[in-house]
Design a protein around this ligand. Structure first.
Ligand code: T4K
Length: 368
């Protein structure tokens, strides 16, 4: 008998019967969107959970990114990483901004040593990604931004619930963006948010995500429709009750993989960054040159056995046709990003993943 397919992730869903009372409330009060009661409650609850001052909810993380750039009036060139999901750079193109790709380092994040060489008179901001929820070198990035008068917007789509010694990771930068997509640690089916440091910028973001409407007769900017609806917000409220246990289960999955994979020749597992709390959003292995198969051959082998791993993030964003030629002439060397993108494989990780499934996956990798 063939094994059941295993995908790179599976959304964590609360018990359906617990969601029904939320839906009943929505059906009764007939407020479906445009900043209803669940929207309000969820913003407050999220601020508390993440330990941040202000949050603006969005229909998804991409609209949050696009709007964050508008909110800070970013133009010209923005320095970013080629090693991310395409949405990071797409948000720049949608704003008519030129992405300038800079190499990553062993943390999978933008290499701060390489940023300064990519700065030109047109540079207005840095858009780093906390890739896999591993934190960027926040201090050094901020120092560079301060020296050159640049804004910093973090794409923290992978970093929900991650904490460093000072608190939630999303408190850093001028703005920080979260995604609550179905494939994320915390999901509202689709969803996203901008974490902002002060009420004034939050007000501007709230206008921008609602067509720029300030009141019935006033439109202050060419805004977009980026709003999160009431069903998403209600789902978020319920999901918050379960997210800690979901992260604990992910932690167990991570630990079992590490244990089972240790000693498999040619496979290395990145060392966990030093954090107060990690979210175990991804489990990645590096397929090294002494492994008997290429990374892609291992990917195919797993697929043939019903295990759908993913090559996040291959190809590099800079290799897609619409981004060719966008690297900085002086900082165009993306050697490390190229190397990593050819070695990484993200294995299935989600709260419901059974230990037996994990052992089967490791057996396949180990060649048994
Ligand atoms: N910035 C970064 C750094 C990001 O990673 C992302 C999104 C964004 C910004 C943008 O945020 P959003 O606008 O999405 O909120 C997935 C997600 O669609 C995407 O949200 C995510 N990053 C990216 C890393 O991964 P795909 O194309 O790999 O997804 P897909 O549909 O192949 O799903 C992967 C597996 O998950 C499937 O094989 C099965 C499982 N799955 C998926 C969905 C959607 C389910 O079991 N149920 C589901 O509903 O992009």
């Amino acid at each position: 008998m063939r094994d059941e397919p295993v995908y790179v992730t599976q959304p964590d869903l609360p018990p359906l019967e617990e969601f029904i009372p939320y839906l009943e409330k929505i059906w009764n009060n007939k407020i479906l969107t445009n900043g209803g009661p669940f929207h309000q409650q969820f913003e407050e609850a999220l601020c508390e959970y993440l330990g941040v001052e202000h949050i603006a909810l969005f229909a998804n993380g991409t609209l949050a990114l696009v709007t964050a750039l508008q909110a800070l009036r970013i133009t010209g060139e923005v320095i970013t990483t080629p090693y991310s999901f395409v949405a990071t750079a797409h948000s720049l193109l949608w704003n008519g901004i030129k992405p300038i790709f800079v190499d990553i380092d062993s943390t999978f994040n933008i290499n701060p040593d390489k940023i300064e060489a990519a700065i030109t008179p047109q540079t207005t901001a840095i858009l780093p990604v906390h890739c896999y929820g591993y934190p960027c070198d926040i201090q050094r990035i901020q120092n560079i931004a301060d020296t050159y008068g640049l804004k910093v917007i973090y794409d923290a789509a992978h970093a929900f619930g991650v904490q460093d010694h000072g608190g939630g990771l999303s408190r850093h930068g001028d703005l920080s963006i979260l995604s609550f997509h179905a494939t994320k640690v915390f999901n509202t089916f689709e969803g996203g948010a901008i974490v902002c440091p002060d009420a004034k910028i939050k007000q501007r973001i709230d206008y921008l995500k609602n067509f720029g409407i300030a009141d019935e007769t006033t439109v202050i900017a060419p805004g977009i429709n980026g709003k999160m609806n009431e069903v998403q917000a209600a789902m978020g409220m319920l999901q918050l009750e379960y997210v800690n246990q979901a992260i604990d289960k992910r932690k167990k999955v991570d630990h079992l993989y590490r244990q089972e994979l240790s000693g498999v020749r040619g496979i290395s597992v990145p060392v966990m960054p030093v954090l107060t709390r990690y979210n175990y959003s991804y489990f990645l292995i590096l397929v090294e040159s002494d492994y008997p198969l290429s990374r892609d051959a291992l990917y195919e082998k797993l697929k043939n056995h019903g295990v759908f791993s993913r090559r996040y993030f291959y190809p590099l964003i800079s290799d897609f046709p619409m981004y060719r030629g966008f690297s900085s002439a002086r900082a165009a060397n993306l050697t490390y990003a190229v190397e990593v993108s050819q070695k990484v494989l993200c294995l299935p990780i989600y709260p419901a993943l059974a230990g037996d499934e994990q052992r089967r996956i490791v057996k396949l990798i180990a060649g048994n």
